[in-house]
Ligand binder design. Structure first.
Ligand code: SAM
Length: 263
C-alpha cells in the first residue's frame, strides 16, 4: 500500500491544491470580514497557521500589517509566491515565518492574533493547546483579542461510515484534468475527541483515468477552548461566532495585567 503523507506536508496534494479547495469551500465565506472587524484600521495582526496566505494577503490588502506563522514549508512557499504577486506597498505589510504556533517567539506584540480555519484543531488538545493559548497571550498586550476558528464537536462525532469509492469532492483543474477526493479511513475517538481521517487526493484526466493518487492523514482535535484560554489569561469576549453551522470563531480577550497593589 502507498505510504500515507502528512496533511500539508512536503509533496502533499492537500498543500498543492489548498487554494483551489478553499476557494470552493463555502463554509469559509465571510471569515475574512469577521477577522477584519476585530481590529482597528491599520492594526497589526499575528496569524497563527497562515497556510498559503489566503487571509494573510487579503488582510494586508485591507491595510493591516500582518505576520503569518506556519509549520509547513510547502504551505509557506506558496504564501511567499502570493506575496510576491502583490502590489509592493501591500507586500511590505506582510512578514512570513516558518514556526510552530505553540512555541514561536516573535519578540513583539500585536493588536490582534488569529488562528483561522481549524488550525488549532491540528494540534493535540492538551499541552499543545495550552502552549498555543499561552503563546498567543505572549504576543498580545492586555485587552488584545485572540480569534480562534474551531470545528463543531458534534459534527466531528456524527460523521457516518465511509465508502472509500464515494467521491467527496470533484473539482476542475486546468487542461480538463480533475481533482477528486475520497475518504479512505475515518475514526473518531471519544474522550480525546480526535478525528483521524485518511483522504485520498487523486488527479484524473478528462477520460476519468487516474494520473496521480496521494493518501494524506488529517487529524483534528476538539475540546472546550475556554478552559485553555482561561488558563492562559483570556476571557471569552462574546458568544462564539457561527460560521455556516460548520464551526465557530471563538473570540477571547487577554485580561489586563492586575494593577500593582500600592505599598
Ligand atoms: C487549514 S490551514 C489554514 C490556513 C490559513 N490560515 C487559511 O485560513 O486558509 C491550517 C494551517 O495550519 C498549519 N499548522 C498546523 N499545525 C501548526 C502548528 N503547530 N504551528 C503552525 N502552523 C500549523 C498547517 O500547516 C496549515 O497551513
Amino acid at each position: 500500500m502507498a505510504k500515507t503523507r502528512s496533511y500539508y506536508g512536503d509533496g502533499a496534494l492537500s498543500a498543492a491544491y489548498y487554494d483551489l479547495i478553499t476557494a470552493a469551500d463555502l463554509r469559509l465565506r465571510g471569515d475574512e470580514e469577521i477577522y477584519a472587524g476585530l481590529a482597528e484600521p491599520g492594526a497589526t495582526i499575528l496569524e497563527l497557521g497562515a497556510g498559503t496566505g489566503r487571509l494573510t494577503c487579503n488582510l494586508a490588502r485591507r491595510g493591516f500589517t500582518i505576520t503569518g506563522v506556519d509549520i509547513a514549508a510547502a504551505m509557506l512557499a506558496q504564501a511567499k509566491r502570493h506575496v510576491e504577486d502583490l502590489e509592493p506597498e501591500v507586500a511590505a505589510r506582510i512578514s512570513l515565518r516558518l514556526g510552530d504556533l505553540t512555541s514561536v517567539d516573535l519578540k513583539q506584540t500585536f493588536d490582534l492574533a488569529i488562528c483561522p480555519y481549524h488550525t488549532l484543531a491540528h494540534v493535540p488538545a492538551g499541552a499543545a493547546w495550552r502552549n498555543g493559548f499561552r503563546n498567543a497571550a505572549r504576543h498580545l498586550e492586555g485587552g488584545g483579542l485572540f480569534a480562534v476558528h474551531l470545528p463543531r464537536l458534534e459534527l466531528m462525532r456524527s460523521l457516518g461510515p465511509i465508502d472509500p469509492r464515494a467521491m467527496v469532492k470533484d473539482l476542475p483543474l486546468q487542461d480538463g484534468r480533475r481533482l477528486r477526493l475520497y475518504v479512505r479511513e475515518r475514526q473518531f475517538r471519544d474522550g480525546i475527541n480526535r478525528l483521524d481521517q485518511v483522504l485520498d487526493y487523486t488527479v484524473a484526466d478528462d477520460s476519468g483515468a487516474e494520473l496521480q493518487r496521494s493518501s494524506e492523514r488529517l487529524i483534528l482535535y476538539m475540546q472546550d477552548p475556554v478552559i485553555f484560554a482561561t488558563e492562559a489569561g483570556f476571557v471569552l469576549d462574546r458568544p462564539p461566532i457561527d460560521l455556516h453551522g460548520d464551526g465557530d470563531i471563538w473570540v477571547f480577550r487577554k485580561a489586563d495585567a492586575p494593577a500593582a497593589s500600592a505599598g
